[in-house]
Design a binder for this molecule. Structure first.
Ligand code: 3PY
Ligand code: MG
Length: 292
């Protein structure tokens, strides 16, 4: 879909020249197709895939490097997470990271540092498909995360889609609301205890289980192998609640266990993290080169 600049939110810049062409007496018009990049469509498509129970696989980027995002997205993951909780994604790095993901039309979801309305609004304003909100322990916190993704009167998002307005179709509060995917993280025992109330909150599209924090919350060491039976049981409880409520469930297991969790009905699986590859692969290469 190719949009025109007409009617777009533009921060008040282009409209200063609307209707006049002072420097060009011939009046030659230069039409600029802003973009055929539809964040709305990629958000809808991802939700459709989750609704149909498809497992989707994504990449997790902590480094804050657009080059790494571009490389990972070139492999064709179903989505990418730009991590602002334990990584470098912030208001300064996000525009470059989101541009790098947009090259391949990869849906980009920002994990914000906390359940903070302005931070969630900034990620969406800069063009993210949605957010992952960490440490959501009850329905009230889930409702706060959803409200931050939506404009009033239902929500609390402030209007100013600085970069989001460049995508198709022309930005509006309805487009913003429809685009914003809201995923909350269940990663404590409290969250598991409250999971039915959390998934009953209208606007929660998915629940992402943090296996590390969940293990810590029951006094176990953090591990992606998820072999502790109690942690596993908690995760299946979350999965069942999500299934009953019709929202997606995801997690980040060790690579070898990804097929097991997909078979368990998880629809949103973290497959690869930049930090893991960039630390493991050179170590393996050096070991091989040195004959270790
Ligand atoms: C956790 O395991 O706690 C996470 O947040 C994974 O990203
Ligand atoms: Mg966590």
């Amino acid at each position: 879909m190719v949009g025109s600049a007409t009617g777009r939110y533009n921060g008040g810049v282009a409209s200063r020249h609307a209707g006049s062409n002072p420097g060009h007496p011939q009046g030659t018009e230069r039409t600029v197709a802003m973009s055929d990049w539809s964040v709305l469509e990629t958000s809808r498509e991802l939700r459709r895939r989750w609704d149909s129970g498809q497992a989707t696989f994504g990449a997790w980027v902590a480094s804050g490097s657009p080059h790494v995002v571009e490389l990972l997205c070139a492999a064709g993951p179903d989505w990418i997470v730009l991590d602002g909780q334990h990584g470098y994604a912030d208001a300064a790095t996000l525009p470059g990271l989101l541009r790098a993901a947009a090259i391949s039309r990869t849906p980009a979801i920002v994990r914000v540092a906390s359940n903070d309305g302005p931070a969630i609004g900034t990620a969406l304003d800069l063009g993210a498909n949605g957010v992952i909100v960490p440490m959501v322990d009850d329905a009230e916190q889930a409702a706060r995360a959803v409200a931050a993704c939506r404009y009033g009167p239902a929500g609390t998002r402030s209007f100013g889609p600085t970069r989001a307005a460049l995508a198709s179709p022309p930005f509006s509060t309805a487009v913003g609301d429809d685009t914003a995917i809201c995923i909350v993280m269940a990663e404590t025992v409290r969250a598991v205890e409250n999971i039915e109330a959390i998934v009953a909150v209208d606007g929660v599209h998915g629940v992402f289980i943090g296996p590390l924090d969940l293990a810590i919350s029951i006094g176990r060491p953090p591990t992606f192998t998820i072999d502790d039976p109690e942690v596993r049981a908690y995760m299946l409880t979350v999965r069942d609640a999500c299934r009953a409520a019709g929202c997606a469930v995801g997690t980040f297991p060790a690579t070898a266990h990804i097929p097991d969790w997909a078979a368990e009905g998880f629809e949103f699986l973290g497959l690869v993290a930049d930090g893991e590859i960039l630390s493991r692969v050179p170590r393996e290469m050096l070991a091989a080169a040195r004959g270790a």
